[in-house]
Ligand binder design. Structure first.
Ligand code: ZN
Length: 305
């Protein structure tokens, strides 16, 4: 069965009226369980352990990490993160990056794996931003490259917001290719330079969107020849998302995830997925949307492996 990565600390105690839906992780886990995609007798659920400051120092500033863990980030910088500090928040923030790393390693072994969290792509080297404190994508890519576990990684970021932190952190890492396809007129308003940025117009619809995704991915797989794709399947592209400005239908999202995963698998390139952003006060609806990429992956895993 498809390897799935999750930790019970992902949904820490949190204000329920906050725009960031902290309970979406446990809701997603329960949704995936309900869909029968986790089976206790198949051992396909994997649990990461927390990363240390030493681990994360390959992509983050140590003084920043220490101030984050000790609740010593100055107020102005902390406002940029937009989340209330708590020990629970720190625990989940240190664990989730290793969840993405574990998913990537499982993908390298088995072809495909899904993380029920991750995609904190607005975290920079020495500051957090937009609900992100540690950049799991940059951390995973850099760790695998440093250890010689891969030669080239493609980060294919389809969250509706630009992956600015990932682009900035990995700008001098030639073996990690950062591609962000996002809505141009949206947060972050000061963009960074990914290796490839495609800024879409507000209100773009399914057919045009899927065409851009397909063309870009095919081109990158052929030209960059990655050993691994980290796919950020952010669902804030959905037409009803609270923070997105694209007009992608539910069916369009299903087609996107199937397209991305099947394109990689057809070319024998392993893929690890992270959930990325998604904003909706209807939490069950949000969990179902984040489950779409896992459902698509489970279906293709069955077909390919
Ligand atoms: Zn987003």
């Amino acid at each position: 069965m498809l390897p799935i990565v999750y930790h019970p600390n992902y949904s820490c105690p949190f204000p329920s009226d906050h725009r960031f839906v902290m309970r979406k992780f446990v809701d997603l886990y329960q949704q995936v369980l309900k869909l029968g995609l986790i089976a206790p007798d198949q051992n396909n659920l994997y649990t990461p352990h927390a990363a240390t400051i030493e681990n994360l120092a390959c992509v983050h500033d140590v003084a920043y990490l220490q101030s984050l863990v000790g609740n010593k980030v100055d107020q102005k910088a902390w406002r940029r993160v937009g989340l209330p500090w708590s020990q629970g928040l720190v625990d989940r923030t240190l664990t989730a990056p290793n969840g993405t790393l574990l998913s990537a390693r499982l993908a390298l072994q088995k072809g495909l794996a899904c993380h029920l969290a991750g995609g904190t792509h607005h975290a920079h080297i020495d500051f957090g931003s937009g609900f992100c404190m540690i950049n799991d994508l940059a951390y995973t890519a850099q760790t695998l490259l440093q250890n010689g576990e891969v030669k080239r990684v493609l980060i294919f970021d389809l969250d509706v917001h630009q992956g600015d932190g990932t682009a900035a952190i990995l700008q001098d890492q030639p073996n990690a290719f950062t591609c962000s396809i996002h809505c141009q007129k949206n947060f972050p308003f000061r963009k960074q330079n990914s290796d490839l940025d495609i800024g879409l117009e507000k209100g773009l619809e399914d057919a045009a969107y899927l065409q851009v995704v397909a063309k870009t991915l095919n081109q990158l797989l052929n030209e960059f020849q990655p050993d691994l794709v980290l796919y950020d399947a952010g669902v804030d592209i959905w037409q009803g998302d609270d923070l997105g400005h694209l007009n992608i239908s539910s069916q369009g999202m299903v087609e996107r995830d199937e397209l991305v995963l099947s394109t990689c698998l057809k070319q024998h390139v392993p893929v690890a997925t992270v959930i990325g952003g998604g904003y909706d006060q209807d939490v069950l609806r949000l969990a179902r949307r984040h489950a779409v990429v896992v459902e698509a992956a489970a279906h293709l895993y069955h077909q390919y492996f």
